[in-house]
Design a protein around this ligand. Structure first.
Ligand code: LMR
Length: 398
């Protein structure tokens, strides 16, 4: 009955982790998956999470999710993206549901899009996070791409991006990365976001933001939400997927939020019920423990400010590693330009290394990254940055 089933192609990100794990070398380094590591290369459990764990230990809510906890988490989550004083939040002009991290939020939205706009497409930036393609494909929404990255400048191709927005059919669905673009680390400036928002208004496009790295671009939650706030000022009805995987380090807990802004609270309630029904059929309800952690941290001012400080520390460490990596490669006398390492933002550096050079790094230096040349800067540490710089210099200049 399953004779016709062959193996699925390897996932471009998880496949790197598999190759890394299979390498017996003691000096191996994983710069593949976007997961934060401390300066010793260890995964981190944030102190705010440890304290929230202690607070909720033995919680009575573990059997099924209390509506109060759930709505608290959603309310605090939407404030993080739309702002504490946002009218849409105060007036309840949104539909918000808990989701299985950012991936689950995207998946829920894609299903919702298919149900209510079955003929629509989704426009992805070129390139985008590899899993976006899988998510919308499985929801049977056809994809198109818009220009985003300029390979020569290793930054944003703004003119081509604007042309693609203008040329897309009226009312198209666009996926946007509001900060710390994955995989390129190239974000529009404030002025550029204003222009993008304006052009969306002209064409009545729908902006869907995948906010997977809030806090990781600038170290500041509000600043990283600037793109969304600009769209809000321009009165767009926005969709947003939020993840607490990276910024709270809750990777395995799968905590996220999907929100869709609506014209009034009645529409908000209708859309929320549709999203809940889609989730009910796909996986019932999301796990409880992570959401308790998030709502405990976000609704306790001491824990929240501890989180904000810890988040800034993570973003700062990555920025320091960008500077050190660039300096070390330049010190080796590389004839190539490495400015983009410090110009790009967030967890990733889109190095410009070719697939063959990436393969050489794995083969000869036991350094692993995705074949598009994306470096997860979170895997670079004071202890390995010199080795990484040498290896990159070696493969890039021969
Ligand atoms: C990444 O891009 O590496 C992260 O978003 C983790 C993942 O699951 O792909």
């Amino acid at each position: 009955c399953w004779d016709h089933v062959g193996p699925a192609p390897k996932d471009p990100i998880n496949g790197v982790t598999e190759a890394f794990l299979a390498d017996p070398s003691p000096s191996k380094i994983n710069l593949g998956v976007g997961a934060y590591r401390d300066d010793k290369g260890r995964p981190v459990v944030l102190q705010c999470v440890r304290e929230a764990e202690a607070k909720i230990a033995g919680s009575v809510f573990l059997e099924s999710l209390s509506a109060v906890v759930n709505s608290k988490m959603i309310e605090e989550s939407v404030k993080l993206v739309y702002g504490n004083d946002s009218d849409v939040v105060k007036e309840g002009r949104f539909a918000g549901v808990q989701a299985l991290s950012g991936t689950g939020a995207c998946r829920l939205f894609a299903e919702f899009q298919r149900r209510f706009h079955p003929e629509s497409h989704i426009y992805f930036p070129d390139p985008t996070w590899s899993n976006h393609h899988n998510i919308w494909r499985d929801a049977q929404i056809r994809e198109r791409t818009y220009h985003y990255y300029h390979h020569d400048s290793k930054g944003l191709n703004f003119a081509a991006l604007i042309d693609d927005i203008k040329n897309a059919p009226h009312g198209s669905f666009f996926l946007l990365h509001p900060c710390a673009h994955n995989p390129t680390g190239a974000d529009p400036t404030e002025e550029q976001w204003r222009e993008i928002s304006y052009q969306f208004k002209v064409k009545n496009h729908f902006p869907f933001f995948d906010m997977a790295y809030q806090g990781f671009a600038s170290g500041d939650l509000d600043k990283d939400a600037q793109a969304i706030r600009i769209f809000l000022e321009d009165k767009h009805l926005i969709g947003c997927a939020q993840s607490y995987a990276k910024n709270m380090g809750l990777y395995g807990h799968r905590v996220g939020c999907l929100s869709i802004l609506c014209s009034d609270s009645k529409q908000g309630a209708a859309i929320r019920s549709q999203l809940q029904q889609i989730a009910r059929a796909m996986y019932g309800s999301p796990p409880v423990h992570g959401v308790l952690l998030v709502s405990t941290i976000l609704s306790d001012s001491d824990l929240k400010s501890l989180w904000v400080d810890e988040l800034k520390d993570m973003a700062d460490r990555i920025r320091t590693m960008r500077t050190t990596l660039r300096e070390n490669i330049e010190k080796l006398g590389s004839p190539l330009c490495w400015e983009h390492i410090t110009n790009q933002l967030g967890m990733f550096c889109f190095s410009g290394l070719s697939p063959d050079q990436v393969d050489r790094l794995a083969r000869e230096f036991h350094i692993y990254m995705t074949r598009d040349g994306r470096i997860s800067m979170a895997g670079v540490t004071t202890g390995n940055v010199n080795y990484v710089a040498n290896a990159i210099h070696e493969v890039a200049s021969s």
